[in-house]
Design a protein around this ligand. Structure first.
Ligand code: SF4
Length: 476
């Protein structure tokens, strides 16, 4: 699956005596799957804040010289995939903002649905913006707060912000971790030798030898400094963790709500097998996000599991455009079918989701060319009918295939013999938490916060910038 992008991975560390920029580099490396467009690290030493950001993968952005320049006892890091703000170097994070008496660096995962309103308000107060990201809106909103202490400034901003935000931020002597009151995006807390770390996912803690302690709670502000760690919070009336973290975004070796993502995906596959059984020779999962679900399907159905597509793990995101001949090969740059395992077989192919419906037909076509006799698609996400406003670059509604077509029409459009999407109840059973603790708005249209006003605004702007599109195309 290629056309769904998480917005960001974030990391923070408070560990005097440690090479914090190097640790942050390796943590960002483990979080690379959450964003591949730009990367950045900021460190604090005494009254100085050092920062380096650039476009590209973590391994391209940093070298030994840069890491040596990023000195300090505190660091925050960020991997970005753009959702708000275009993909340009000035939108890379962390962002650094300051007044004469307060300077903060901030990294954000999520999307603020009222950022346009807040930005206009801040500009009227004289705040100047250097990027088009809502992360800079959050940071400046904190600076604009009448409160004197940083926790008060953060709370002030939290009361004004709408949408999704997990944050790492630092001043010269403190590290903060913040999760929005709904807890849409994850944020984990761990220990590191004598210090503390914060990360989007627990897999980053594992890679740097940190001990996972707990998740930062929805609405919580964690403050870490020389005197230790303390916590305060604003009220959280409705929890809405993004259920897509379980299906696709989070790495299979991460824990979420105390559960291993890999095992949750195995359960999704097992449930799909019960909901949509079919006679076949082989089950395979599209690597890597649907491998565990494929194994779960196979185990439940008793049909053997085989790998059929090999993923080129080093393709990642490249800024080198393929030439026309390579472009025509399409998904083959990413997957290679093993003909011997496919030819003459009736395949059950498990994938995480179908968004626009542009990648799946190419994969099915590739399998048929490799000799597959039948291709039965099984999907771990229910049909995606609504766009995401909380930090996932999904698509506009008129680009979502399930918003336009019935399941049987999608089956025909992608060229599958049969198609089965997991039910909403099946998905909830697989994640094993109460339904009302999740956001599942891209399936149900039931957004956890009001987004209609901003949606209308976005549609009108889109219409203004693209007058050839008719009203019916942007109807929601
Ligand atoms: S709309 Fe979908 S992708 Fe966006 S936060 Fe909600 S569940 Fe996640």
């Amino acid at each position: 699956m290629q056309d769904l992008h998480e917005s960001c991975g974030i990391f923070g560390i408070y560990a005097p005596g440690t090479d914090v920029s190097r640790v942050t580099f390796f943590a960002l490396y483990a979080l690379q799957h959450r964003g591949q467009e730009s990367a950045g690290i900021a460190t604090a030493e005494g009254n100085k804040i050092y920062i380096h950001t650039d476009m590209g993968l973590v391994s391209h952005v940093f070298n030994e010289d840069e890491l040596a320049r990023l000195k300090g006892n505190i660091a925050i890091g960020h991997n970005r995939y753009s959702t708000t703000g275009s993909s340009v170097a000035c939108n890379a994070q962390p962002v650094l903002v300051g007044t004469t008496d307060t300077r903060i660096a901030l990294g954000h995962n999520g999307n603020i649905t009222n950022s346009m309103t807040l930005r206009t308000e801040l500009e009227e107060k004289g705040f100047v913006f250097n990027s088009s990201t809502d992360s800079e809106v959050i940071a400046n909103l904190m600076l604009s707060a009448p409160e004197k202490d940083m926790e008060g400034k953060i709370k002030y901003a939290m009361h004004r912000l709408q949408g999704a935000y997990s944050l790492v931020l630092m001043s010269n002597d403190k590290l903060y971790g913040v999760r929005d009151p709904m807890g849409v995006r994850p944020l984990a807390l761990g220990t590191f030798d004598t210090g503390w770390v914060l990360a989007s996912e627990t897999c980053a803690l594992d890679h740097i030898g940190s001990q996972f302690i707990r998740e930062v709670e929805p609405g919580e502000i964690v403050t870490i400094d020389g005197s230790g760690i303390r916590s305060t919070r604003i009220e959280s009336s409705k929890k809405a963790l993004c259920i897509f973290e379980y299906i696709y975004f989070a790495r299979p070796d991460s824990l979420l709500n105390g559960k291993l993502i890999y095992s949750t995906r195995e359960r999704m596959g097992a449930i799909l097998s019960k909901e949509y059984p079919v006679d076949a020779d082989v089950v395979m999962g599209i690597p890597d996000s649907a491998t565990a679900a494929g194994i779960g399907y196979a185990r439940e159905s008793g049909i053997p599991y085989h790998e059929g597509l090999l993923k080129n793990r080093y393709v990642g995101r490249t800024f080198i455009e393929p030439d026309q001949r390579l472009r025509e090969l399409g998904v083959r740059l990413k997957f290679n079918p093993m003909t011997e395992k496919i030819s003459g077989k009736r395949l059950i192919v498990v994938d995480d989701s179908i968004v626009r419906g542009t990648t799946t037909p190419r994969v099915i076509n590739m399998l048929r060319k490799a000799g597959a006799r039948e291709v039965h698609m099984r999907i771990c996400a229910p049909p995606i009918r609504y766009p995401c406003f909380f930090g996932v670059d999904m698509a506009t509604r008129w680009e979502l295939i399930a918003a336009q077509k019935s399941v049987s029409e999608i089956k025909n459009a992608i060229g599958a013999d049969t198609l089965g999407y997991i039910s909403m109840d099946g998905l909830i059973e697989a994640v094993g938490q109460p339904r009302d603790t999740f956001c599942a708005a891209c399936f149900t249209g039931d957004y956890p916060t009001p987004v209609q006003l901003e949606m209308d605004k976005l549609q009108l702007e889109t219409l203004a910038s693209n007058p050839l599109r008719s009203f019916s195309e942007i109807e929601t």
